[in-house]
Design a protein around this ligand. Structure first.
Ligand code: NDP
Length: 400
């Protein structure tokens, strides 16, 4: 059916690429392009013997728009799936615009020198994408991603209006290290050490990092402490869910993770301000990244489950209603299937599905759109088929 150019070859990309190769009717050709060509070649060597998808590889610096344009002109993909880092979103969008190619990503743009993420930079491309007749699908991971699809599905099938939304992201996995992150350490630590915030009655309420704590009993995992974080999908869902009054995002963290993080913060290791070290400028957080375990290496040693989902409260036919949509995913099952732990898996599968929606023409809306702006039904079906089956409850315990 089509050709996809996949940029990046880390933890999430590896899962998405495995899944494209299981889905060769849709992904007839893929090109894996990243900064380190040897990683792309190694993945190709592993997957090509067992898939009908034709795989090619390329080296690309995704910070360089001209290099990207040259690669897209040469390979001529139908869609570009950006699985590099959030820093590269805008250069890749520029190259898609110049070549009139559809675009999909999993995380919103962040400038490298400011730990701040918001959609304004990417939404600024709306008109130009619309005029070029191409679709940009923003945030096709799990959160953002599936959480937006769940919201669109709840609104379409279960509510006249959703008033309260709590997104709960629980990782009950244990990798046996005192401290490691489940996806890119630099991006992860920037996210969790930032101030928290939630959206209520039309405005943002800011909190100190980890100030708001709740305990929740997750199916498949058990009771966990979870903390309120700022998260990017709150920004788009606040616009796209009419009548919404409050959106909060909670993520679980163990005490060991929080103690290590506090200590690293206190000694300055999570700072993104460059410092002088032996005559060279280094960024402490980037140095920390280099000494922490590579998230891609956690697969074999991580056991336990993730449980990520959304609790909705609102009205249907004049009656109050509550509804919980969630997915439970097992780290070891993911590892056996694609050689990765569940955090990469729960992001890589929806990334593949998002690109598939575009290639199949099921989601075709020129402009720049967040995932909840599309019809959720084909995506929900695909989650069941491609490894992330969802569950629902009509009487969930609420978060106070
Ligand atoms: P990794 O660090 O494992 O992989 C990033 C990849 O991008 C690496 O292969 C890296 O190359 C490549 N890369 C980085 N910079 C460039 C560049 N300038 N040019 C070309 N390639 C580059 O990260 P993850 O796989 O953990 O995360 C990937 C994305 O997924 C991130 O944006 C992250 O925020 C997002 N994410 C989204 C989630 C969601 O639910 N929505 C959840 C988890 C992650 P090299 O191998 O040379 O380092």
């Amino acid at each position: 059916m089509g050709k996809a150019l996949i940029i990046g070859c880390g933890g999430v990309a590896s899962v998405a690429i495995h899944k494209c190769c299981q889905n060769s009717d849709v992904f007839e050709h893929i090109c894996i392009a990243s900064r380190t060509l040897s990683k792309c070649d190694a993945l190709k060597a592993k997957l090509q013997p067992n898939t009908a998808t034709r795989i090619t590889t390329a080296q690309v610096n995704a910070d360089d728009v001209n290099e990207l344009i040259a690669l897209i002109r040469d390979y001529r993909p139908d869609v570009v799936l950006n699985l590099a880092l959030p820093y590269q979103d805008l250069t890749i969008m520029e190259a898609c615009l110049a070549t009139k190619t559809h675009y999909v990503d999993t995380a919103n743009y962040e400038p490298e020198d400011t730990a701040k993420f918001e959609y304004s930079w990417q939404w600024a491309y709306r008109e130009r994408f619309e005029q070029a007749g191409i679709t940009a699908l923003l945030g096709s991971g799990f959160d953002p991603g599936v959480t937006g699809v769940f919201s669109a599905y709840a609104l379409k099938h279960h509510f006249d209006e959703i008033h309260y939304l709590d997104i709960l992201d629980c990782n009950g996995g244990d990798h046996g290290y005192p401290f490691a992150t489940n996806f890119n350490p630099e991006i992860n630590i920037r996210e969790v050490s930032a101030k928290g915030s939630y959206w209520q009655d039309g405005k943002w309420i800011e909190t100190e990092p980890m100030e708001i704590k709740r305990v929740y009993d997750f199916e498949g995992v058990g009771q966990k402490d979870m903390y309120l974080l700022h998260h990017e999908e709150i920004e788009s869902l606040a616009l796209n869910l009419p009548g919404i009054r409050r959106i909060r995002f909670f993520m679980t963290f163990g005490q060991s993770y929080l103690t290590h993080l506090k200590c690293l913060e206190n000694v300055g290791m999570t700072s993104i301000q460059p410092i002088e070290y032996e005559g060279k400028q280094i960024v402490p957080l980037q140095f920390l990244r280099a000494v922490l375990p590579d998230p891609a290496s956690l697969g074999p040693r991580t056991v336990g489950k993730t449980n990520i989902g959304c609790i909705f409260q609102g009205v249907k036919d004049g009656n109050p209603k509550r509804y919980y949509l969630y997915n439970v995913c097992d780290h070891q099952e993911c590892y056996r299937e694609v050689g990765s732990q569940a955090i990469s898996y729960t992001t890589g599968v929806p990334a593949m599905i998002g690109a598939m929606m575009i290639l199949q023409g099921k989601w075709n809306k020129p402009g720049v759109h967040n995932i909840e702006e599309f019809d959720p039904d084909p995506f929900m079906d695909a989650l069941n088929r491609w490894g992330l089956p969802w569950k629902e409850s009509f009487d969930p315990v609420l978060v106070d």
